[in-house]
Each structure stands twice: as C-alpha cells, then as structure tokens.
Design a protein around this ligand. Structure first.
Ligand SMILES: [Zn+2]
Length: 367
C-alpha cells in the first residue's frame, strides 16, 4: 500500500544538523527551518567549546533564522579540557547536549576524545543537569568498515557507568549498531540519516568516486542499510529518530585529493524519509510510523514538547538542483569575505536526480 498522495504530519525535528557559519550558514539554514521546528546544532564547525561561544553562535543562527518558526537546540563539543562547570553553564544558557567526537574520526575532531573514561566527571555533571550526550561512535584507528562496531564497547561503558545519562548513538550505520540501540536500555537512542537509509559503500566508490556522498561513518553493506530500514520502519518503534547529519562543505572542499566528510542532505531529507517509509513501512501504519520517526521520537527522548503545527507532504516529483550557491545580494556589503571568496557552492545529496515527495509548511515557502 502506498502513502496517500497528500498528508500532514506534526512539524518534525532534526536531531542532528551542521549549520556552519557566515555565508554558509545563511545559505543552508533556510532548508532546515522550512522543514523542521527545531534542530540540534552540531558544535564542530564552527567549534563550540565554551558556554560563551555557544551563546554567541546561537545569536548568529537566530539572526538568519528570525523569519522562521524555528528554534536551534545548541550543543557543546567535548574535549579533554571540558569541565563540569562549563557544561552546567552551557545548560543554563539553554544547551540541550554535549557532543563526543573521538579524536580524528571526522571533520573538526582533531581535539576530540581519546579516553572516554576520562570524561566521567563531566558525564556526571551532564546527567545531573539534564544534558544529552551525543556520540559519534567510531573507533578512529580501526578499519573504516569496522569503526562503529569497534566503538560500541565504549558506548556501552558510558551507559553502564552513567545510567542516568541520556546517550544518542548518532548517525547509526550498521546492523549491529541498530541492534545495540534497539535492544539497549531506555537511555540510548539513535539518529538515522537519509544517506544511511538509501546508500551503501557502492554509492561512494562502487561506480566511480562520488565525493558528495562521502560522510563519516561511511554507508556500509546493503545488509546494514536493510537492517536500519527494518528498525526505523518497525510499527511503534520509539528508539530511532530523524537526524539528517546534513553537513555542507564548499564544493572545493569535497572535490580535492583529501576531501572533507559530510553530505548536504537537508534539501531532500523529508522526501527521502517519506520514500523509505512508503516502500518499506508497514501497510496500515505508514503515516503514523513516519510521523513518530520524524516528529515524536526525538522530542520524547530529549524531553521536549511536540512542535505546534504541521507539515504537508505531497506526491510531487521535482529535480534536485545540481548546486546551491550563496547569493551576494543576500549579504550585500555586510560581508566583504563573500566578495573576496566569490561565494560558496554546495552540491546537495541526490543532485540532479528526481525525488517524489515535496514538503511544505503553512509558515514557509516550499522546499
Ligand atoms: Zn554530524
């Protein structure tokens, strides 16, 4: 059975996104705001290490998202210099969580964590003040396809030592990772990206090199993708939710000898999720399960009320643009950098391809 040609779900949340800064921020943020009522903003680029820089970054985001019904949910990046006091200060300023990057696993993680146990005091402070711990679960020195599997014992250790700390296994990418979360205690949750629900490693290196599909963790085997789909689409499933991990880079940073990790998936995110549920969701609960995944599970885990309002999904094929460019007019004279650098060019996920679903909300123009 197909999804209806047009239907509404509660306004969704995106529990993992990279909005960047400067002209990239103003280019990409509207794609998030048009679809999502809230988004958890990642702290690696720009790097957010203190409560003060978190508040300043939130102000910059609010400046470009002012016209939308949107709330950024801020996070702090954990390093070995992070103190319990700093995370409490971040909480007082409205932060929802702290992100743990193992050192060297992805873009902006050079000062990441190489001894998870050393954070125990910080974890206690986070649990004490209600901050969620978002984990990029990859073992940096392992073979690329084994990195998530090899890091799971570290996640398990955190869960066991800190049963009061809420932990998100971000962008889960393997069958074993999905099973780890599905069968885990109530304080573990996972975000799932549109890329991991639709791609395998073949979509990056199997048919010519496709750098714009490259992200960390890399999409893996078809058996991993299928296991993620099965868990996400399971009727009543509450442990998985939207986290697009949309991570835009300028084209020049992707198409070079050592290209950056990150896929700009935001423009097509809800279209892809809807297509996955249409194809693989349970016949009679597709819409309810899609809504739970997009608009309920993340809020429930973070302890947030549901967003007000709805978003409409309509069956309406469109071609994804091959590139998005920053508009100089948008910045005018305020941003001399834009003139000097000639603006940004970002290639989206599924560039040039046809997608089936179009998302729109009453408060905004169509995506
Ligand atoms: Zn990310």
């Amino acid at each position: 059975m197909l999804l209806p040609d047009r239907f509404e779900i509660g306004r969704p949340d995106n529990m993992h996104v990279h909005l960047r800064d400067d002209e990239r921020l103003s280019l990409v943020a509207p794609f998030t705001c048009r679809q999502f009522g809230r988004a958890v903003i990642m702290p690696n680029d720009p790097e957010i290490l203190t409560a003060g820089s978190l508040a300043a970054y939130e102000r910059r985001i609010r400046r470009v998202t002012d016209n939308f019904d949107f709330r950024p949910l801020m996070t702090l990046k954990l390093t070995h210099r992070t103190t319990p006091r700093e995370v409490e200060l971040a909480r007082e300023l409205g932060a929802v969580g702290c992100k743990l990057y193992p050192r060297g696993v992805t873009h902006g993680s050079d000062d990441g964590i190489d001894d998870v146990r050393a954070l125990d005091e910080v974890f206690r402070a986070m649990a004490g003040c209600g901050l969620v711990c978002q984990i990029h679960a990859e073992q940096a020195d392992s073979f690329v396809l084994d990195r998530e599997f090899d890091f799971l014992p570290s996640v398990l250790g955190v869960l066991e030592r800190h049963p009061d700390l809420k932990v998100v296994l971000e962008h889960v990418s393997t069958a074993v990772g999905a099973e780890f979360v599905a069968s885990g205690p109530d304080n573990i949750f996972a975000t799932v990206t549109p890329v991991h629900l639709t791609c395998t490693l073949d979509d990056i290196i199997g048919h010519g090199l496709r750098p714009h599909n490259f992200m960390c963790p890399v999409p893996k085997r078809s058996s991993d993708r299928d296991a993620l789909i099965a868990e996400v689409c399971k009727p009543g499933q509450r442990k998985f939710g939207v986290g697009t991990d949309s991570a835009p880079h300028d084209r020049s940073q992707k198409e070079r000898p050592r290209g950056c990790a990150g896929v700009f998936s935001e423009p097509v995110a809800l279209s892809v999720y809807a297509a996955v549920f249409e194809r693989w969701g349970a016949a009679d609960t597709k819409v309810a399960d899609l809504e739970r995944f997009c608009s309920r599970n993340g809020a429930d885990f973070y302890g947030l009320p549901y967003n007000e309002g709805t978003i409409t999904l309509a069956r309406d094929e469109w071609v994804v643009p091959t590139v998005y460019r920053s508009s100089r007019a948008h910045w005018g004279k305020e941003n001399p950098l834009d003139e000097a650098r000639g603006g940004v060019e970002i290639v989206p996920f599924l560039a040039g391809e046809v997608v089936t679903w179009r998302a729109s909300s009453p408060a905004s123009s169509e995506v």
